[in-house]
Design a protein around this ligand. Sequence first.
Ligand SMILES: [Ca+2]
Ligand SMILES: [Ca+2]
Ligand SMILES: [Ca+2]
Length: 261
Amino acid sequence: MRRHNPKQYHFIQWLLLGRRPELLSRTHPKQPSGRNGAVDGGAFASCHGSISNCNLVGNYASYGSGIYDCYGSISNCIIWQNGAGIRQQIENCSTPVYSCIEDWNDTGIGNISTDPCFVSMGYWQDMGTYWQWVDDGSDYHLQSEVGRWDPNRNEWVADANTSRCIDAGDPNSDWTAELWPHGKRINMGAFGGTPQASMSPSSVGNRADLNNDDLVDYTDLMVLTGKWLREDILLREDLSRDGLTNCIDYAIFANEWFWEQ
Ligand SMILES: [Ca+2]
Ligand SMILES: [Ca+2]
Ligand SMILES: [Ca+2]
């Protein structure tokens, strides 16, 4: 059986959030017949590859508004607000792990059911004879008091809350693309394991340890100079997080010289 590359789902999540509404309907009648949503699985149906680090939000189907009949691994996902009138996140599937699922029944390892604290989220609107998912300019990054990437302002901002989905993904998943403070553990959701992952309340690790080997040394210096004067956002070498890798970052780096975990 062909296994799906989990990275594909980082793309697919945008479809599931309605950025391509022509591909997924966002309305359904109040007496669900599946005509205006999928019959089975609003986001995924009979998909037996791994479903990892997806935001599955605001989907509808007659059976399994979020996921239906999927028996591959389901991990590090946020599955929320699927189904209107009656919420229904998952039906006839393998047990998810390390995921945030609305109204979950507490089975499975590492699952939580608390509000994922998205920056902003769509909602189901009662239109009289049908439900409409309204999702105008929502932002599905996770709130963090330490730092959260704002794609509109192209900068890191601080929130009033910190999502419990941060550092709550599978401890064996690759977290190393997350920028420090990363907590040395992947976040749940679509931005977990990417440079846009919301920052961790834990200060474990070091921002100057650019190759994540628990030591700041010559190897990290080579990595830093490899991006010297690069004007780019979300680079790990931009230690001051201001969009330019230069002497300011070198000064921060020098302060951490020979740091060891
Ligand atoms: Ca993390
Ligand atoms: Ca290092
Ligand atoms: Ca900088």
